[in-house]
Write a protein that binds this ligand. Structure first.
Ligand SMILES: [Fe+2]
Length: 259
């Protein structure tokens, strides 16, 4: 069986009005640039995964605008909510014939499982007990290779609590009991990173609008602003290309589009 080609985009932060800017970027135009690059891939992607913070403000208008952008794509898009998203509004206004919110997707001889790390009202990630049990059940029921998708990463890439998943250790302990889990992709950090934990590759993926450097090495003081230890880079937009191979190997690269 030939490898399955999948693309991950993340942290789109689409705004409600045409021409609006966030951190000096028109987030719809930057997304369109990224998608234009994805459309040129040969062989083409079979599936696009959009791993949260699809909207910046969770508004109906932002999801309607994104709906129209996704409508131009030749392949299905699977979406997941991030901390900026309003899940119900997203489901009502973004889903379409080829835009899905499914928690598990069979692709080739792989299973792609979407895990909710969003906690209402919080920027940080958290996988609650119900979601943990749900994931354990799903993993117990498959022997196929698994790619997990989440908005927040369990990697600790920054000392700022808002950049982290609060119960990352608990989640990783569960996942590592299942050797068929070969990959975990996430966003939220607006940055790319990769760690190999035994059989498991954990990757984060750049944003389609602004990249962030995380220099927070100690927990921030209460008065300290987020940007005191983080730098924004709006010179390029990124996405991740993955090839899922029979036998559980993953080939992956981050691809960049100049602003
Ligand atoms: Fe986020």
């Amino acid at each position: 069986m030939k490898p399955v080609r999948v693309v991950q985009i993340s942290d789109l932060h689409i705004l409600p009005e045409d021409g609006q800017m966030l951190a000096g970027v028109d987030t719809s135009l930057s997304l369109v640039k990224v998608l234009d690059d994805i459309k040129k891939l040969s062989p083409p992607a079979e599936l696009i995964i959009a791993s949260g913070d699809l909207s910046d403000d969770g508004s109906t208008q932002s999801y309607q605008r994104l709906h129209d952008i996704f409508d131009t794509l030749p392949c299905p898009v699977y979406v997941l909510a991030g901390n900026h998203d309003e899940t119900e509004t997203m489901l009502n206004h973004l889903l379409a014939e080829k835009t899905f919110y499914d928690r598990q997707k069979s692709l080739g001889d792989w299973q792609i499982i979407f895990v909710n790390t969003k906690r209402e009202g919080a920027s940080y990630g958290f996988v609650d007990d119900d979601e943990m049990r749900w994931l354990e059940t799903r993993l117990s029921k498959t022997n196929q290779s698994v790619l997990l998708v989440m908005h927040h990463t369990p990697l600790r890439l920054c000392a700022s609590p808002t950049c982290q998943m609060q119960n990352a250790d608990q989640l990783l302990k569960l996942i590592k009991q299942f050797k068929q889990v070969k990959g975990l992709i996430a966003g939220h950090t607006h940055n790319h990173a990769e760690e190999v934990h035994g059989d498991l590759r954990i990757m984060t993926t750049p944003s389609t609008m602004v990249q962030v450097t995380h220099n927070q090495t100690e927990a921030p003081k209460p008065s300290e602003e987020f940007w005191a230890h983080h730098q924004a880079d709006i010179s390029r937009y990124g996405y991740r290309l993955l090839e899922l191979t029979t036998g559980g190997a993953i080939t992956s690269e981050v691809r960049w589009v100049d602003a």
